[in-house]
Design a binder for this molecule. Sequence first.
Ligand code: MG
Length: 172
Amino acid sequence: MREMRIGHGYDVHRLVEGRELILGGAEIPWEKGLLGHSDADVLVHAVIDALLGAAGLGDIGGHFPDTDPAYAGADSLGMLAHVVELLEERGFSVGNVDATVLAQRPKLAPYIPQMRDGLARAMGIDPSQVNVKATTEEGLGFTGSGEGMAAHAVCLIGKEDRGRRPVPADGA
Ligand code: MG
């Protein structure tokens, strides 16, 4: 039987002037961008934490320290691809990912297909295995005031149960 594991990720970044807004790898024209050591892609960071959580591999800060100059301005989709390699080394493949971005503005719907494709490409899976949603929080809290954006993600990963792998006919 396939061993299945679920994971959850959550991330927040502050919105500031003078930064590009990058979500799910998509560059979104907007008056502000997310502040962070890397490209501050809050959606990708939530997905990374969901995958690491599912595999029992800790969190994004442990793998990509924000004190490490190597990750200054880093492309978060590249970090995601690296995390999927870590999972694959342990025999895991990604089943599906579902994520929600919390942002008051701008309207993200036009960019969701691009985010979904970017995430899927980085993870080496089909876009049908990835779902991205966006919602406002009705003007409430830090996303409502435009101070920042947040993202949640859940994922399912799995691997074949070693005990049930077919035994070669020659008994080797
Ligand atoms: Mg982050």
